[in-house]
Design a protein around this ligand. Structure first.
Ligand code: F6P
Length: 552
């Protein structure tokens, strides 16, 4: 009892220190922090490196002492104990009574499984083996459709976590790892926007559908699947059942539902219920991606993520990349009161990263009730948004530099690119890469320093009013490879986990998305029956009027 009281008073003391540091630092400009005498020292103390990723946190509105107190905060919140539980497969998602098994999915075959996770590791590896043989079958042309032709195109149907991860990695590695055996197309929106053009251009005889859905009940995915199968059946002049047998692979945590649907067992891949949707890229949900980049590259992605897992487990907090990202994120959001965070990749291959991180962070920690069901009395996950930096410079950077809102940001850049481009193109592509990096560094500096970034030679002519003081981090890597990308994504996954520990949240459920789906079902039934209102819908004049308008 006494030790509980001690722990609580220690936590209260740390929080008090953070509060007072925040109020002091609110008065100091980043420009002073960065360009003062201690600038270089600061850079050393506020940067870290792992797995080829260099993280510069010196453009954040904090001091090395702040980091120390934040690390104490993480300690006092029991980060180590929580982390051990995560990796040991303990129940860390109490509302659904589940572990969170994403780290198990990338556990290397040659290493003994962590204690408590032996079965989960064996199952994940067995399914990965089955996935590898399906990938090989498709890529080698052994898989034949109903007309006896090999697969040329794969339509990956999924949404949220069953779409964003594979899509992100597929885009990111298209330039370096697309080997041309099969073309993968991603379909997620329930309105068939992506599906319609595919049905116009693809040859049904050489098209394979991958249905990726953890629950196998998500309406968006089921409706897209229904349309795709109907298209295949009518174009090939066969039954839907026949299409299911030869043109469909299912990936889900619910094998019984796949069987009921008519997917042969040999074409089903399964992952554990304990793998959260937004953490499922590493499971057979990645099969379409693996068909595009090949199994060796997919395994490298897992290896990069595993290396980051180890780093997260073993490195001290002040050198631990995921922990550092989380501490500075929580500092900005909770202690400095900055509610908005932009993700700005300076590499078009990472175009999907902001969308991916939106789900990862906001679906995990977008909560104001803690893991014990109590309301929290401080801000939690910030609003996360962003775009490819160079394009965003011509869109929303005006607001970052001169708007009225404080926004924190992650700049993400890759040092070397286009190394294997055709000889005649090398030079111009190298120039483009340098231009991109120059813009990244310039924008990060300008966000931090504001008017103080205006070079002396321009001071007399340049209009002022650059607000500066917008804290930002820079993540720089030598090359974008499956390995470094795996490490990056695992880094963000663990950042989210650390946030959940700091804020006392359950990051592995998402109860807030359920009611909207249910209400839509009611309205859908009304619309399908041509009724002007839904019998089980709460009445409000606006929704009722709109239903009438839609059905009229
Ligand atoms: O609506 C939220 C959600 O449940 C996500 O968490 C999930 O990634 C997505 O829907 C898709 O779910 P499923 O993979 O079960 O189709």
């Amino acid at each position: 009892m006494e030790s509980l009281v001690d722990a609580e008073s220690e936590l209260a003391q740390i929080q008090q220190q953070l509060k007072s540091q925040a109020s002091q630092l609110q008065k100091v400009s980043l420009s002073d922090l960065l360009t003062g005498d201690t600038g270089e020292q600061r850079l050393k103390q506020l940067s870290a490196r792992f797995a080829g990723w260099h993280l510069d946190l010196s453009k954040q509105r904090w001091q090395p002492e702040t980091l120390k107190v934040l690390a104490d905060w993480a300690d006092a919140r029991g980060l180590d104990e929580h982390r051990q539980k995560l990796f040991a497969g303990a129940i860390v998602n109490p509302s659904e009574r589940r572990p969170a098994l994403h780290t198990v999915l990338r556990w290397p075959q040659e290493q003994p499984a962590p204690e408590g996770c032996e079965k989960a590791v064996a199952f994940a590896q067995q399914q990965r083996g089955r996935m590898a043989s399906l990938v090989q079958k498709v890529r080698s042309g052994q898989w034949r459709g109903l007309l006896g032709q090999p697969v040329r195109d794969v339509i990956h149907i999924g949404v949220g976590g069953s779409d964003l991860g594979p899509r992100l990695v597929s885009d990111a590695l298209q330039e370096t790892h697309h080997q041309g055996e099969v073309e993968v197309h991603f379909v997620s929106t329930m309105d068939a926007t992506q599906l319609v053009p595919l049905m116009r251009k693809l040859d049904p005889a050489t098209t394979l559908v991958v249905l990726a859905s953890k629950s196998f009940t998500t309406a968006d995915t089921q409706f897209n699947l229904n349309t795709a199968l109907t298209w295949l059946a009518s174009s090939l002049d066969v039954s839907i059942r026949a299409v299911c047998e030869r043109h469909l692979i299912g990936v889900s945590a619910r094998p019984e539902k796949m069987t009921e649907f008519g997917i042969p067992e040999a074409h089903q891949l399964v992952f554990a219920e304990g793998v959260g949707g937004r953490f499922s890229l590493w499971s057979p949900i990645g099969i379409s991606l693996a068909m595009q980049i090949g199994m060796p590259a997919f395994n490298e992605l897992l290896a990069g993520a595993h290396a980051m897992d180890r780093h997260f487990l073993e490195a001290p907090t002040t050198e631990n990349l995921p922990a550092l990202l989380a501490l500075v994120g929580a500092w900005n959001c909770q202690w400095l009161g900055i509610p908005s965070h932009a993700v700005l990749p300076y590499d078009g291959r990472l175009e999907c990263l902001p969308d991916y991180l939106q789900q990862l962070e906001m679906e995990s920690n977008g909560k104001s009730v803690d893991i014990n069901g109590q309301g929290v009395d401080h801000p939690t996950c910030p609003i996360l948004w962003g775009d490819v930096g160079p394009n965003a410079q011509h869109a929303f950077y005006q607001l970052l530099h001169q708007g009225s809102h404080t926004v924190s940001a992650d700049f993400i850049a890759v040092r070397r690119r286009h190394r294997h481009a055709a000889e005649g193109l090398q030079e111009s592509l190298r120039d483009q890469q340098q231009l991109t990096l120059a813009n990244c560094l310039a924008q990060a500096q300008l966000m931090a320093l504001g008017d103080d970034a205006i070079p002396p030679s321009l001071r007399d002519h340049m209009a002022r009013g650059y607000r500066g003081n917008q804290p930002n981090s820079l993540l720089l890597v030598d090359e974008l490879t499956p390995w470094s990308l795996g490490a990056l994504l695992a880094m963000y996954e663990h950042k989210v986990f650390v946030h959940s520990v700091l804020w006392g949240l359950n990051p592995f459920d998402q109860p807030g998305v359920e009611l909207g789906k249910l209400l839509a079902q009611g309205i859908y039934r009304a619309l399908s029956n041509g009724q002007t209102n839904s019998s089980d819908q709460v009445k409000d004049p606006s929704t009722d009027a709109m239903i009438s308008l839609v059905t009229s």
